[in-house]
Design a protein around this ligand. Structure first.
Ligand code: DX5
Ligand code: ZN
Length: 217
């Protein structure tokens, strides 16, 4: 399986000090930064969009892993690309033309990811979509909020995807912490998102190191 990438979710950071928080996570060993874009329509919460991502861009060299919890994902591709987004992960539930959207994301110069909510069967992304994306995100909570309980019942999707696509980046997001990393890594996840589990930890660097070891072992 591909090597570990640890992607702290800025949703749990101090929004008044995004640049400081991004630098803190880089220092703590984060590979990526997970940026949760929510439009108040696809999910019952609003966070931030391209202008904030663009403002953060000069303050860190971290790879920007943008999780687009939006109803019209094709609408924001160019804005996020211009803002410095590098992975553009859309929800399969939000589009009727995933293959066209993947092409649009690639044409904008970003990598493309596809996400599945807990109740969406993995079959929704198998085949052409899975073959064209750079990453599949298996949600382990209902998208919308940080700090929710990890849903282990989502892990069979990770297992199935890992068997079918040994070299693909498979990301898990929601409720990841020291007590849920083992089962996630065993199932085959290699990109680990954590908001509460990293930002609220006493020693975020230790959590990041632990996550990395569990995935790479
Ligand atoms: C939830 C977001 C997650 C969130 C995870 O909709 O997609 O990225 O920040 O938060 P934790 O790690 O606290 O469950
Ligand atoms: Zn997310």
């Amino acid at each position: 399986m591909p090597e570990a990438k640890i992607s702290p979710s800025m949703l749990s950071s101090d929004f008044a000090n995004l640049a400081v928080e991004a630098k803190r996570m880089h220092k703590n060993g984060a590979d990526w930064l997970h940026l949760d874009v929510m439009d108040g329509h696809f999910v019952p919460n609003i966070t931030f969009g391209a202008p904030i991502i663009q403002a953060l861009r000069p303050h860190t060299e971290a790879y920007f892993d943008c999780h687009m919890m939006v109803s019209n994902p094709s609408q924001w591709v160019d804005d996020i690309a211009k803002a410095g987004g590098q992975m553009y992960t859309f929800h399969i539930e939000a589009t009727n033309d995933p293959v066209g959207l993947i092409k649009q994301i690639h044409a904008a110069g970003m990598q493309a990811g596809v996400a599945v909510k807990p109740n969406t069967p993995v079959e929704a992304v198998l085949g052409e979509v899975a073959e064209q994306v750079d990453m599949i995100l298996v949600m382990t909570v209902e998208p919308g909020f940080g700090g929710q309980r990890f849903m282990a019942q989502c892990l069979p999707k990770v297992e199935q995807l890992r068997k079918l696509y040994p070299n693909l980046d498979i990301e898990v997001d929601g409720g990841l912490a020291l007590d849920t990393i083992d089962v996630s890594a065993e199932a085959g996840a290699n990109v680990i998102v954590a908001g509460t589990g990293i930002f609220k930890a006493q020693d975020p660097a230790q959590v990041i190191t632990n996550f990395r070891e569990k995935v790479n072992q």
